[in-house]
Design a protein around this ligand. Structure first.
Ligand SMILES: Nc1nc2c(ncn2[C@@H]2O[C@H](COP(=O)(O)OP(=O)(O)O)[C@@H](O)[C@H]2O)c(=O)[nH]1
Ligand SMILES: [Mg+2]
Length: 268
């Protein structure tokens, strides 16, 4: 990809939707990524919440604007799901590694997503995030099962923790790069992957903003069903180009897996 092609790719906005069962940590993942204060009210998300932010995929280029669509866990079988997912470039299927049912339900989510996008020209990048890896001792979803499911369904698979921030930035950087059709900048992954730390045992745990981990400045938040789609045709690149980017990004994921010893990232 030439510099001008890459510059053009970096101009667009990327919509990232998060789905999965209630309490898997979708809202905390968004909050963590954007460096917002975690309110932790215990109130489940209603409908879908849209959050605007940025993703730095190139150190020398302004960050890519992103829209995070935090979809309520109970929206899976509702008629609103199609509206919430509309124009998604990336869909992250989130499960809780300590809750087997949250993983098993991903099959239903995935079926619904596939039905929604069956007729669509632009297909979203599908990924899976096994959250709450800081609770490794309570793991209920075997890594092998998660990997097999990812392979079977062609999902980019990550594990990490919204609480500690483990793999949260890498998740976004890798997926946004994939959508834009540009190779992952590995130096950014090196800077942003942090090791899991045990969270302090507090009932209302507040996430402290840590600028070294969260360089992503939130712009604004709104509640909406996304009806104002921005045209985003960059995702329809030539197959050879996509393949070479896919290979390069797969390599980046492998390196990331080696570094983050307590996590697993795989890509098909
Ligand atoms: N230990 C741990 N708890 C988490 C993590 N992510 C979210 N939680 C907790 O899980 C609960 C549900 O999180 P929330 O983001 O509201 O889930 P959502 O319903 O999927 O949006 C909250 O009590 C969070 O504090 C994580 O990575 N580790
Ligand atoms: Mg929520």
């Amino acid at each position: 990809m030439s510099d001008s092609e890459e510059d053009a790719a970096l101009e667009r906005q990327v919509k990232i939707s998060l789905v999965g069962e209630p309490s898997t940590g979708k809202s905390m993942l968004c909050t963590r990524y954007l460096g917002l204060q975690w309110a932790g009210t215990g109130v489940p998300t209603q409908g879908a919440e849209m959050l605007l932010g940025e993703c730095s995929v190139r150190p020398t280029h302004p960050p890519v604007p992103i829209k995070l669509c935090d979809i309520a866990g109970n929206a899976c079988n509702t008629s609103m799901l199609i509206n919430y997912l509309y124009a998604s470039d990336i869909i992250i299927l989130t499960y809780d590694v300590t809750n087997l049912q949250s993983f098993e339900s991903l099959r239903v989510w995935l079926n619904n997503i596939k039905n929604i996008f069956a007729e669509s020209d632009a297909q979203p990048v599908l990924a899976m995030f096994g959250n709450k890896c800081d609770l490794e001792h309570q793991r209920a979803v075997r890594l092998g099962c998660a990997q097999a499911f990812a392979e079977e369904n062609n999902l980019i698979s990550f594990t990490g923790s919204a609480r500690t921030g483990e793999n949260v930035n890498s998740l976004m950087i890798i997926l946004v790069s994939q959508v834009l059709g540009i190779p992952v900048n590995r130096s950014l992954l090196n800077n942003t992957v942090i090791k899991a730390e045990l969270a302090p045992h507090k009932k209302n745990y507040n996430l402290e903003r840590n600028k070294s981990i969260h360089p992503n400045v939130p712009l604004q938040t709104t509640n909406t069903t996304d009806k104002n789609r921005k045209d985003s045709d960059n995702s329809r690149d030539a197959p050879e180009k996509k393949e070479s980017v896919r290979k390069s990004n797969k390599k980046a994921l492998k390196e990331l897996r080696k570094k983050a010893s307590s996590t697993v990232c795989s890509v098909q």
